[in-house]
Design a protein around this ligand. Structure first.
Ligand SMILES: [Zn+2]
Length: 327
């Protein structure tokens, strides 16, 4: 057992809060530093499911990558998702801590773990920290580095996929160009494409992008590689639990299984089967002798065929269901 206050010092050693972006909401978000902690749980996002897992496993500190709350709130009630989680966590004396962008940018943080997977050399930040002491240590936003020789994008994907199987290949590039210099920002980093451009990157790896950001990438000529938000960060919360365990042998440091069971499995399901899942309840109700139902089922088949050709995970796939289809 250690006090929460002692664990905060360890967390700041691994992911210094000084590295967090100015807009972020990091650090201890709920809790009393005097609280004794026997077990902690790391997770990507603190959901009701993760909270229940913490309650069931008697963990009394949750280290959630994404902050909850993120934006300022003026009340904590069970009428909102955030309020419901906070209310219940506090009722169970469970503290909440978020390292977020401090962990993204940390010396052993998410961006550098991705750079290590790709064996990038000559690592520096896409944008050095505005704090001179951090900038002098090559710390700041994102990471940029070189592959040891020009490499096809498909080979870059293979390296990522071998290390993090849930990462799915999505690229804004035409064909399979060779790339040398890569920029990386995990999670929702597409708004920082301009930094990759400024650093003359051939490719920019991030978690997710909007339609307009994809168009922007195509216009700039920097190949944007989309790993999936969840996939680009989730693996690193397991690493964080392992690092914390090394520093805190008296505390049991676990990584949440909830998201693996309940989110990853959905993302890994190809569109074809995800669409079948939507389809099944309707089919169950259909009656072979009902021409109207048969007609609707046929329409559904037609539309599932439209999206199923991709056989991609559903995270980045827009599935359009016409209003005439009742599900
Ligand atoms: Zn994220």
């Amino acid at each position: 057992m250690r006090t929460l206050g002692e664990i905060l010092l360890t967390l700041d050693k691994i992911a210094p809060l000084a590295l967090a972006e100015s807009w972020d909401n990091v650090g201890l978000l709920a809790g009393d530093p005097a609280l004794g902690i026997g077990k902690l749980l790391t997770c990507l996002t603190l959901t009701e499911g993760v909270l229940q897992e913490a309650i069931d496993s008697k963990a009394n500190l949750i280290v959630s990558h994404h902050p909850i709350p993120f934006k300022p709130i003026d009340r904590i009630t069970t009428k909102t998702t955030t309020g419901k989680v906070l209310w219940k966590a506090i009722q169970h004396s469970i503290a909440i801590y978020s390292p977020h962008t401090a962990w993204d940018n940390a010396p052993e943080g998410i961006n550098r773990q991705l750079a290590k997977i790709l064996r990038l050399g000559n690592l520096r930040c896409l944008q050095p920290s505005p704090k001179p002491d951090l900038a002098a240590r090559e710390l700041g936003t994102g990471i940029v580095g070189e592959l040891n020789k020009p490499t096809k994008l498909s080979a870059v994907w293979s390296l990522l996929k071998d290390a993090v199987p849930e990462i799915q290949a999505r690229s804004t590039a035409q064909g399979d160009p060779e790339v040398s210099r890569l920029g990386i920002v995990c999670g929702s980093g597409a708004s920082l494409l301009h930094l990759a451009q400024k650093n003359h990157c051939d490719a920019f790896l991030t978690g997710e992008a909007t339609y307009h950001q994809v168009l922007e990438a195509q216009a700039t000529g920097v190949s944007m590689l989309l790993m999936g938000h969840f996939a680009s960060e989730r693996f690193a919360m397991k690493t964080l639990a392992r690092l914390l365990q090394e520093h805190l042998p008296e505390v049991q440091c676990l990584s949440s299984q909830w998201s693996t069971r309940n989110f990853e499995s959905v993302l890994q399901r190809p569109v074809r089967s995800a669409f079948s899942t939507l389809h099944e309840p309707y089919e169950d109700q259909s009656n072979d002798n009902d021409p109207i139902n048969d007609n609707l089922t046929d329409q559904f088949r037609e539309h599932s065929a439209l999206v199923a050709r991709a056989d991609e995970p559903i995270e980045q796939t827009l599935v359009l269901v016409p209003k005439s289809i009742r599900i």
